[in-house]
Design a protein around this ligand. Structure first.
Ligand code: AMP
Length: 584
């Protein structure tokens, strides 16, 4: 685990480390691959590809196939069932990480070693350092970071499996390092009941409101949920501050104990000032009003999280949103070296010492739409990607992944020294599909961005959205779910059918030629927009959490595949609208 000395080294010398890494991309990448092969070429998995025993970087690229999780799963399953991990990697596995990306409905199991954990930590620390450098004075105060864990699972072999966040929050390096600067006592983060945990974390954050300089979480979806929780519970939170007693329903021993050390006396003055802020008709800027020293909001806001940008801008009162890092259970990828970038301009700089990266050129058709499979071009090295081009990232790690397709499509937007910077474009396998039409996550999100613009002047906010392809009818149609509310209030907006239909038209207009020609030819029915009431997407999150997903790593699905999930959203429906049948 990252020792205090290593952490200190990164904080003291981090900017030089970054210069060095970004200047020597090719050399460092070659060394990383050499090291991986030196240690793992003899494993059962890799040795098949080196029949004459020569495992150099060139033969790796020629012989080893590019794979997906399904190709490596039999090896992972054997290890999980008790076979030695040396069939796949040389280093000892400390546990499996659970990924929110699923394999046949189950989270993927990704091996983690002490070394792969340290690499992630060093990227996290570097990103933290870069962000702090951007905001003077942010070193002095505390962080109100809403973090949650999920119970660990155990594989038949006795190896544990958990989400990365759960593993990390339980480490000594977290407890003795970053956690010391948090308003949330560690026991409230480690509480397995998410509701008790959220209540206590918000309460401790409010009790220390004058010290908080950073507000954040892992993903923007968690902060959206936090704001909704605050709307539902602020009265009870004020009451606890006023009386100095914790609610009876807080029964988790860790939370009770932690709260007894912080909630030590009645504080009616503090309760009054919080109450006054929360009673205000508009909640615009509520985050800065409650925590006036906050300098920035810190959470991932790119990719599927971009749907929360306007919500966080509104409640954050315009303070900067910082999207720090791009990573996954498989590997860390890149960090944001320009924390002040606007949310839709965020790019992540890949650090070459993290893993060995290759990039499959992704074809774009005439309309700029991502093609289904990558072109026949060879994968490109990190040092050779081209500005403006799209790629799918492929990763090779010391922890047993070899030429593994992560499934994310990225666009090269620039370079820091020689290290490329990428914008996250979309998840590869997330598509709405009817007949021969395929509408990708990127197409969908661009179309929704355009359509929601006509709601904004009316004071209506699209808080979150999803979609599915309804093929129960012939011809099938795409259905969008939108959760709408009035800006700053929880009231349901008055839905003007004409305006909502116009939203449907704008979405359809933005789709590509294939969609439009199928729609015109009658092979796809008019797009349907279902508006759901505020809080419905929280129920969807609860559903996925009950199925095993961690709140801290939850990403709302852009396209629903589960009937149960569709049912949950349908149950909150307050209106449905169609684009005009004759539109095309
Ligand atoms: P998990 O393995 O559950 O942590 O999920 C990893 C996936 O989350 C990645 O492959 C991405 O699709 C997504 N992800 C992680 N970081 C970002 C980011 N900064 N921007 C957009 N998507 C991200």
């Amino acid at each position: 685990m990252a020792s205090e000395k290593e952490i200190k080294e990164i904080y003291e010398n981090g900017m030089n480390i970054l210069e060095d890494l970004t200047n020597n991309v090719q050399e460092i990448q070659e060394q990383v691959l050499e090291e991986i092969l030196k240690s793992n070429a003899g494993t059962e998995y890799l040795s098949r590809f080196f029949p004459n025993g020569e495992a150099d970087n060139q033969s790796f690229k020629t012989n080893v196939p590019i794979i997906t999780y399904e190709d490596i799963k039999p090896y992972i399953d054997r290890i999980a069932n008790g076979e030695t991990s040396s069939i796949l990697l040389a280093y000892r596995i400390i546990q499996f990480l659970l990924s929110t990306g699923t394999s046949g409905g189950q989270p993927k199991l990704i091996p983690m070693t002490a070394e792969s954990f340290e690499k992630r930590m060093s990227d996290l620390l570097l990103s933290d350092l870069v962000t702090r450098k951007c905001f003077s004075g942010s070193d002095e105060g505390k962080s109100l970071y809403l973090y949650f864990i999920k119970p660990e699972m155990e594989t038949p072999s006795g190896l544990k499996a958990s989400f990365f966040t759960t593993f990390y929050f339980k480490t000594e390096s977290f407890k003795n390092g970053l956690a010391k600067f948090f308003t949330s006592p560690i026991d409230t983060i480690l509480c397995l009941d998410n509701k008790q945990s959220m209540f206590c974390q918000l309460l401790t954050g409010l009790l220390q409101r004058d010290e908080v300089v950073r507000f954040g979480s892992t993903f923007a979806s968690v902060l959206a949920r936090t704001i909704k929780f605050l709307e539902d519970y602020w009265r009870e939170l004020c009451c606890k501050i006023r009386t100095g007693y914790i609610s009876d329903w807080i029964i988790d021993p860790g939370c009770k104990n932690a709260m007894s050390l912080i909630l030590t006396r009645p504080n009616p003055e503090l309760a009054d000032s919080i109450q006054q802020i929360c009673e205000d008709k508009s909640w615009e800027g509520i985050i800065v009003k409650l925590w006036p020293k906050i300098k920035y909001i810190h959470c991932i806001i790119t990719g599927s999280m971009s749907q929360y940008v306007s919500l966080l801008e509104f409640y954050g009162g315009g303070i900067p949103l910082v999207s720090p890092i791009y990573n996954s259970s498989e590997s860390s990828f890149g960090i944001n070296l320009k924390p002040l970038s606007k949310p839709f301009d965020v790019s992540y700089t890949f650090l070459p010492n993290t893993a060995y990266f290759e990039f499959l050129p992704v074809g774009k058709d005439g309309e700029g739409k991502t093609q289904e499979t990558w072109t026949d071009d060879e994968p490109v090295d990190l040092a050779n990607v081209k500005l403006g081009r799209y790629y799918e990232v492929v990763v090779t790690t010391l922890a047993g992944l070899y030429r593994y397709r992560v499934g994310d499509v990225l666009k090269v937007t620039g370079f820091r020294n020689k290290s490329p910077q990428f914008q996250f474009v979309e998840r590869r396998n997330v598509v709405l599909s009817i007949d021969v039409d395929k509408t990708t996550e990127e197409d969908l999100s661009k179309a929704i961005m355009k359509a929601k613009l006509i709601l904004e002047p009316l004071g209506i906010m699209l808080t979150t959205c999803s979609s599915y392809a309804d093929t129960s009818l012939t011809p099938g149609r795409y259905v969008l779910f939108w959760e709408l509310k009035m800006k700053g209030r929880n009231d349901l907006p008055k839905l003007d059918a004409k305006i909502m239909e116009q939203c449907c038209c704008i979405v359809e207009e933005s789709f590509d030629f294939t969609y439009k020609s199928h729609r015109k030819g009658g092979a796809i029915s008019a797009l349907e927009l279902r508006v759901v009431k505020h809080g419905t997407f929280d129920e969807l999150m609860d559903f996925y959490v009950s199925k095993g997903v961690s709140v801290a790593q939850y990403k709302p699905p852009s396209c629903l595949k589960s009937e149960e999930a569709v049912k949950i959203l349908n149950s909150g429906m307050v209106g449905k609208f169609f684009s005009p049948k004759t539109m095309f």
